[in-house]
Design a protein around this ligand. Structure first.
Ligand SMILES: Cc1cc2nc3c(=O)[nH]c(=O)nc-3n(C[C@H](O)[C@H](O)[C@H](O)COP(=O)(O)OP(=O)(O)OC[C@H]3O[C@@H](n4cnc5c(N)ncnc54)[C@H](O)[C@@H]3O)c2cc1C
Length: 361
């Protein structure tokens, strides 16, 4: 069997990794360069609890993927010899006003009742660990099981694996997906036609341009500053900004704005000011740090903020897209359920819940 994957972001590359390890031949078709896209620009947080997700199938999906991460990165690192910067650092979610404080208290109780680790911390307790914590911080929740991966390193590792084990077509924008007798037939690209038995659309925020999927871009701006080990030992997350120190302390990533402005390019004055203010509101001593880099990208959003997984109207044409704010977190589980669907025709509860059918009339 030969599988054609459209899009070499983390979803496409993780699926390629999974399929190749199960003996399948894979072609990756990418309009630019693999391992870039939203997956390169993300924060890399693996944060279902800090995101405050409500009980239900999406929280289950996220928690299961978080629990797959240690073995996923181990396998990627063993097969590529590239460190992914995975770090079980925990995430401290901060409250900046009374409403957020009340919500955090409720979330801590809720997560504890689900058997997850969650601890409420007072302002005094937070200040004793972070003397430079912002004056407006009222308290927080420590989610020890939330973690992070250096998404750029993980993308590089997965790209290396794909270059070595898949047929990779770069600078090959897919212009059309063609079917014959209701079944996937080929993709037409700028660089010629590409054939396969099954096609999986993993084209991130651009997926809506390739099909009738209601996937659209939600732009996010980010920046990074220099940091030292004593400044911050885990992710600090809040409505003002999130601060992600990388495991080797080469940078502190600050994110992220969220705007519905299409594929508008560039870092704006407002976006940059918002991020810098959020960073300084969280840790006062960041005001003296040097800025390393500014960047932006596009989350693949859907109307109900849930992914789209599984087959649509055309047989052997499968979707794995719309991962919105959590695509880095959801890469291992998405790869597994889509590979199980392709190879064993196994339709997991997640494919049922996140099916394309919910948008078709
Ligand atoms: C600022 C920001 C911060 C984020 N932070 C986090 C975080 O902390 N944790 C988390 O879990 N998630 C985070 N996300 C979300 C996450 O980045 C995405 O959900 C995830 O990267 C989506 O992966 P993907 O492979 O679907 O898309 P992408 O990485 O965008 O890959 C899609 C690929 O498809 C290619 N493509 C598109 N159209 C075509 C075509 N016609 N032909 C060929 N190729 C095509 C693109 O060039 C691209 O390479 C963040 C996103 C942003 C923007």
């Amino acid at each position: 069997m030969e599988v054609v994957i459209i899009g070499g972001g983390i979803i496409g590359l993780s699926l390629a990794f999974e399929l190749i390890n199960r003996g399948v031949s894979v072609k990756i078709v990418e309009k630019d360069r693999i391992g870039r896209g939203a997956s390169w620009v993300a924060g890399g947080m693996l944060a279902p609890q800090s995101e405050g997700l409500e009980e239900g199938v999406f929280l289950d999906f996220c928690l299961e993927s978080r629990s797959m991460y240690p073995s996923f990165v181990k396998s990627v690192e063993e097969k590529t010899n590239v460190d992914t910067g995975y770090w079980e650092c925990g995430i401290l979610k901060l409250a900046f006003n009374k409403e957020e404080l009340e919500q955090i208290k409720k979330d801590v109780d809720r997560f504890k009742s689900l058997g997850l680790k969650a601890q409420f911390l007072t302002k005094k307790e937070i200040k004793s660990v972070y003397p430079s914590i912002g004056d407006e911080v009222l308290g927080g929740a420590l989610y020890e099981e939330d973690a992070q991966v250096d998404n750029r390193k993980l993308c590089e590792a997965l790209a290396k694996f794909s270059y070595e084990n898949a047929k990779v077509f770069e600078n090959a924008k897919v212009e059309k997906i063609e079917s014959k007798n209701g079944k996937f037939f080929k993709v037409k690209t700028e660089a010629g036609d590409i054939f396969g038995d099954v096609c999986v659309v993993c084209a991130g925020a651009w997926s809506g341009q390739l099909s009738d999927l209601p996937v659209y871009p939600l732009k996010g701006e980010m920046l990074a500053v220099d940091v030292e080990k004593q400044d911050i030992n885990r992710v600090l997350y809040s409505s003002r900004a999130y601060l992600i120190p990388r495991k080797d302390y080469h940078r502190l990533v600050v994110g992220a704005t969220q705007e519905d402005v299409g594929f508008k390019e560039g870092n704006t004055v407002y976006g940059t000011c918002w991020l810098l203010k959020g960073a300084m509101d969280t840790l006062k001593n960041l005001k003296d740090k040097n800025i390393q880099e500014l960047w932006y990208g596009y989350r693949p959003a859907t109307p109900d903020e849930l992914p789209i997984l599984g087959e649509g109207k055309t047989k052997n044409l499968i979707f794995a897209t719309g991962h919105h704010r959590n695509g880095i977190l959801l890469a291992p589980i998405t790869a597994k359920v889509i590979a199980d669907y392709i190879l064993k025709e196994e339709k997991s509860k997640y494919i049922d819940a996140f099916s394309y059918d919910r948008f078709s009339v």
